[in-house]
Design a protein around this ligand. Structure first.
Ligand code: VGL
Ligand code: ZN
Length: 214
């Protein structure tokens, strides 16, 4: 196998029904990433996907804080937490991958946000920035050095995953036409993209990536 491909991994973040059209935490145009990701995942040897996978009593849900509303901010274990509509409840239809997402090539699926007391935006660490999901160990063991990030949402799970990946020493690429964001608060997508670029994340289009793959 081509060495470049063995070193690289496509990381598909949270392409789940609840983040797509009609879902409870719908990301505008979220489902548009599906055909782009399907095209890319056929070209990579390593493809890892994440699923947001919450218990029904998860404390990121506004419904579990009487008197609070969606988009209010609370404190969870000393960490600021935006409150969301109930979403991606483990085992529910909303937590399933989008039905058109081709999962055939996925080598690993990481489920995160499973502890009720703490959220996990990043694919690598829970929001305490300390508790590992195990993904870094898997990628190290399989010799992955470069990560190509895609999926939902640009300004939350993709953003936190990309920033952690840089800190962990990976070469990090953001496939710019294979992500969509929540944009809460307004301007958050642009701000997140600038911060990722400043941190060393390289933006690449899926067509350029496709042309550069062996
Ligand atoms: C996400 C908000 C809450 C995401 C997950 O996948 O970006 N955003 N849970
Ligand atoms: Zn969530």
């Amino acid at each position: 196998m081509n060495r470049a491909l063995k070193d690289a991994c496509l990381l598909v973040i949270d392409v789940q029904n609840d983040f797509c059209h009609g879902g409870s935490l719908e990301v505008k145009d979220g489902e548009a990433v599906v055909p782009v990701i399907n095209g890319l995942s056929k070209r990579f040897f390593n493809v890892v996907a994440t699923q947001d996978w919450h218990p029904a009593d998860h404390l990121s849900f506004a419904s579990n804080h009487p008197g609070k509303r969606v988009n209010d901010v609370v404190n969870l274990l000393g960490i600021e937490q935006v409150l969301w509509p109930d979403h991606c409840v483990a085992g529910s239809h909303g937590a399933d991958f989008h039905p058109d997402l081709d999962t055939t090539g996925f080598s690993l699926i990481v489920r995160k946000g499973r502890r009720k007391e703490i959220d996990s935006y990043s694919a690598f660490f829970e929001n305490d920035r300390k508790t590992p999901t195990g993904l870094h160990g898997y990628l190290k063991d399989t010799g992955v050095k470069e990560l190509y990030l895609c999926g939902l949402a640009t300004d939350y799970c993709v953003y936190y995953s990309a920033m952690d990946a840089v800190k962990l020493g990976y070469g990090v690429y953001l496939v710019e036409d294979a992500v969509r964001g929540v944009d809460f608060p307004q301007g958050n997508i642009e701000r997140s993209i600038s911060r990722m670029k400043e941190a060393g994340v390289i933006l690449i289009s899926s067509s350029r990536l496709n042309n550069n793959l062996p």
